[in-house]
Design a protein around this ligand. Sequence first.
Ligand SMILES: Nc1nc2c(c(=O)[nH]1)N[C@H]1C(S)=C(S)[C@@H](COP(=O)(O)OP(=O)(O)OC[C@H]3O[C@@H](n4cnc5c(=O)[nH]c(N)nc54)[C@H](O)[C@@H]3O)O[C@H]1N2
Ligand SMILES: Nc1nc2c(c(=O)[nH]1)N[C@H]1C(S)=C(S)[C@@H](COP(=O)(O)OP(=O)(O)OC[C@H]3O[C@@H](n4cnc5c(=O)[nH]c(N)nc54)[C@H](O)[C@@H]3O)O[C@H]1N2
Ligand SMILES: [Mo]
Length: 814
Amino acid sequence: MEVSGDRITDPWGARTPYGRGGRWPVRTDSCLAEGVSEEDVGAWVRAASLLHSDGDAMDIAVRDGRIVGVRGRAGDRVNRGRLEPKDLYAWQANGSADRLTRPLVREAGRLVESDWPTAMGRIVAKSRELIASHGPESVAFYTSGQLFLEEYYTLAVLARAGIGTPHLDGNTRLCTATAAEALKESFGSDGQPGSYGDIDHADAIALFGHNIAETQVVQWMRILDRLDGPDPPRLLCVDPRLTPVARRASVHLAPRLGTNVALLNALLHEVIRNGWTDPGFIDRHTVGFEALRKQVASCTSRWASGICDVPAAAIEEAAELLGTADRLLSTVLQGFYQANQATAAAVQVNNLHLVRGMLGRPGAGVLQMNGQPTAENTRECGADGDLPGFRNWQNDDHVADLARVWNVEPSAIPHDAPPTHAMEIFRLAEQGTVRMLWISATNPAVSLPELARIRSILSREGLFTVVQDLFLTETAQFADVVLPAATWGEKTGTFTNADRTVHLSEKAVDPPGDARPDLDIFLDYAALMGFQDKDGGRLVHWTGPEEAFEAWKRCSAGRPCDYTGLSYEKLRGPSGIQWPCAEDSPDGTDRLYGDGPAWAHPDLCETYGKDLVTGEPLGEDWYRSVNPDGKALIRPAPYVPPKEWPDDDHPFQLTTGRTLYHFHTRTKTGRVPQLVAAAPDVWVQIADADATRLKLAEGDLVDVTTRCGTLRGRLRIGAVRPGVLFVPFHYGYWDTPAGNAPAPGAPGRAANETIPTHWDPVSKQPQFKTAAAALTLVVRAAGTAGPTGGEAALASDLPSMPRYLPPDSGRRGP
Ligand SMILES: Nc1nc2c(c(=O)[nH]1)N[C@H]1C(S)=C(S)[C@@H](COP(=O)(O)OP(=O)(O)OC[C@H]3O[C@@H](n4cnc5c(=O)[nH]c(N)nc54)[C@H](O)[C@@H]3O)O[C@H]1N2
Ligand SMILES: Nc1nc2c(c(=O)[nH]1)N[C@H]1C(S)=C(S)[C@@H](COP(=O)(O)OP(=O)(O)OC[C@H]3O[C@@H](n4cnc5c(=O)[nH]c(N)nc54)[C@H](O)[C@@H]3O)O[C@H]1N2
Ligand SMILES: [Mo]
């Protein structure tokens, strides 16, 4: 491999420092196959990253019809040429020998190779039979945050107006459901206020439950370059682990798991008490400040200190950082979204920005982050259960408008109940109401909570399962029909990153064997099912990606996510472009809401709001009465302790998450030698103090047991707060002898064997980050069994926890 530097041991590469308000310098990263030089490359084909939500722009190197490498695109606003380790290496997975090349169908209990007419024939026959006998609600779709916009839109149209099922959701439920919900609760509608450009201007950056150094690696390079340049920003990190972000932070708060709302309420208390608010902004642009002031009046730093187990002085120091910043940028991700009180906690970050007037100016913004590369599009297109274009399902005018776009009757679009969320779809499948489940581009047999239960649902007699994937995943092995899909580099489409930047990703090579683009599969299904509009025309009337994009543009017209000013041609220009992009904003829109929220008016909003504790819808009358003029909503919430709390049997708090070197269930990164070597197997991270107390050593083999199940891994000591265990969730079974589940009677390897089924009542996002767990020694390490490869480099000096943690901070109750 020809790579720019050793990007396994030095993932962030060389620094290119710059000062506040300056332009982030270009640095072009590339990786080419062994023996290939730039002169050998036949063509460079435009693409963007599909392994996180940054949308790093790149070109795919092609020689003799094969992908031979990648190079960052210097002119792009997002990455200015940089690529991160996964993107540098993971293109190799496209060429894996075990890609699915033919459809598979189940015969006498076994999956056997088949052809497209047979596989689609079975799906269509089953759909028709079920719709006729049990109604459209017997069919459900569980999709992804990793397909293209054109694919989600097509799926949303066919599921909603074609079949008429309310059961359509994405794995974005596990990922960005809380981001969307928090934006809706505060601003009336989904839509990211901030911009990555804010990193260039901020004088304070706060990361809430977000290990950006490992999960949006290129934007961390940007922050590192600011930190090493003149006039660096101050950094706040809120994370129970000593992540690479925490190591560079001016203030690191490491709260007990599940106590984010208590911490934020204390920070808001301090900001208000010290008069760090912006009364003019509050007056002009918000409603609800008085209620917030009352809610946090008693939430002193001392009070929060008792709950979060963070010293009061540290909370005050953090509040000062947030309260005195001139341009504050905050980001929020899974340490909030997958934890206790997800939406309530994320909304408090919005509140912080609203009371400080930190919105819509360079450097002053909120990024309620996305995780998956195309999660934004799942949401915009309504493949997450909501209606396309951020339309409000409770507003008849919005439904009628959508019906006009699709040329169907409003009654053809299910809208009399809230969208069915993914966890509910699986419950309906368990109960037998959902009888056909079509899963595209997600691997729930590893990524959902309580895996034993998920496996039993997927293997139910009465459930017909379709799985559309690149590989025979843990999930695909349970399917009745497996459809081989083309992916990144093998198909054309657009997608939108976490700061609303739209990129075009084009086909560079042919997919393997008979594999087909997901769009073609959905189009084929729509045609075979004969879905019609109200005049008998074809409901899904487009035949390829560009036509699908044009159809979506019409659906987005006049909506917050207006795409009408974009085209494939325009997206072939030097850089991705941020929506909204319409006639009056041909170059896109950097930031939203500089003049207050634009989509919060009762007639325009996407939601009328929910109770932040119970999740109960508050209703149109409530919304009209509190927010008649469509201002931003300051929504207070009390702290509520997590459902799971340590006790004598389960003395630890267990949390799960990511490593820099792998993507999710490793279907791609687990097939790339450099990344496998960097992080070969699951581990269990424990605090120094706990390891010493329990006489455990680095590399010891341990079992982690919760009320739900057990996993086994090697111990890694340090860099996490006492009382907490951390396990990466990437490791499933496809590369173990058992194939799709733990060997009978054996403990699992997947984190989700141990994660119980709880979700946030507001966003319905599962809580992957708060379980009570026990730890037991299985076998002592033989010799040195510490981390190897890149993980060893990242963990090189795993120190014990930071100055702010008292040594006895293990197990006290809330
Ligand atoms: N390398 C890599 N990058 C990725 C991905 C990947 O799989 N690998 N996946 C992408 C996707 S889909 C997503 S969603 C993002 C996720 O990106 P992140 O949210 O940054 O990643 P996580 O590791 O899930 O969680 C972030 C942090 O939350 C902390 N945390 C856990 N519990 C709590 C808590 O109760 N309170 C607080 N304050 N913090 C807590 C953890 O210690 C962890 O460091 O990453 C994206 N980027
Ligand atoms: N314990 C725990 N569990 C978690 C999390 C956690 O932090 N802790 N995080 C959650 C989050 S944020 C997320 S996003 C989920 C991710 O969970 P999943 O979505 O289940 O994870 P992936 O491995 O990304 O699965 C994507 C699948 O799509 C396939 N695929 C890739 N590209 C294409 C394509 O173009 N077409 C088709 N048809 N298939 C394709 C891949 O081979 C893979 O099988 O996991 C969630 N689960
Ligand atoms: Mo995610």
